[in-house]
Design a binder for this molecule. Structure first.
Ligand code: ADP
Ligand code: MG
Length: 253
């Protein structure tokens, strides 16, 4: 099977303060295409440092990183920016949408920064297709402040998808959302994954990790657990159950 991520024995030490901080100390990880990985672990265990390296925002001090078969461990800033645009899609806890910009224009943005030039017309068509994929075709002209948190996160997911990335990276994508909306977002990730998308996401919550296929646990800069999710939850089923419970509660009130 095609391997999207293949990192071996990577290290990353920060030298910003007094004594060096060994944030990642010898991590190896392979992510095959079509996988859906939850990265878990206590605060300070190195999750964000690992995600920054996977996302080519930062590079390891030692070790190798093959992304989609290409060695990206030694690339400079500009080359990493190009790789990010071509191969990666990012989803953040705080959505990170441009405020005075419509959903459509937010989603178009990565295409306008792309090295492969895309006409304005094609960018628009692709943005609208991505919004359709996340169920927001009818909100293309809305600004972020006219959308709920869950809708804003779906716009951000459309923006991550629009370039057709090899890997989607999400750092606590449900961290700002209530339970029901979180399950809706996990339902969207599950359908993208079922359609072939490869996803790695950081989460603190076990019940969110239960919607993925695999859990990787970090501690003190190392991977201390890596196992398939034994009883994977189906977000669509959980949403239906949620709705039933609310109807029952309304009836008995
Ligand atoms: P997590 O995301 O699991 O909370 P991080 O990767 O953010 O963990 O942090 C791992 C360790 O590296 C922590 O001890 C943190 O304080 C330290 N760290 C993270 N980023 C920096 C930085 N830019 N400069 C110095 N230390 C950092
Ligand atoms: Mg973090």
């Amino acid at each position: 099977m095609h391997t999207v991520v293949d990192i071996s024995d990577i290290h990353r030490t920060y030298h910003t303060g007094g004594s060096p901080v060994h944030a990642v100390r010898g991590v190896s990880l392979r992510i095959p295409r079509g996988d859906f990985v939850a990265v878990m672990g206590a605060s300070g265990s190195g999750k964000s440092t690992l995600m920054n390296i996977l996302g080519c925002l930062d590079r390891p001090d030692a070790g190798t990183y093959l992304l989609d078969g290409e060695d990206v461990s030694g690339l400079g800033r500009d080359e990493r920016a190009a790789i990010r645009n071509e191969k990666l899609g990012f989803v953040f806890q705080g959505f990170n949408l441009l405020a005075r910009t419509s959903a459509r224009d937010n989603v178009e943005l990565p295409l306008l920064y792309s090295r492969r030039s895309v006409s304005r017309r094609e960018a628009r068509a692709r943005a609208e297709h991505a919004l359709h994929t996340v169920g927001l075709a009818d909100r293309a002209d809305h600004f972020p402040n006219q959308l709920s948190g869950g809708q804003q996160q779906r716009v951000a997911i459309a923006r991550a998808l629009v370039t057709g990335p090899e890997l989607i990276l999400a750092d606590e994508p449900t961290g700002n959302l209530d339970t029901r909306t979180s399950i809706e977002i996990m339902s969207l990730f599950q359908s993208l994954n079922d359609a072939g998308a490869t996803i790695a996401m950081v989460t603190h919550e076990l019940d969110i990790a239960a919607y993925t296929r695999r859990t990787v646990v970090m501690r003190d800069g190392r991977i201390v657990g890596d196992s398939p999710v034994a009883t994977r939850l189906d977000a669509a089923v959980e949403l239906a159950r949620h709705a039933d419970e609310e109807r029952q509660a309304a009836l008995s009130a």
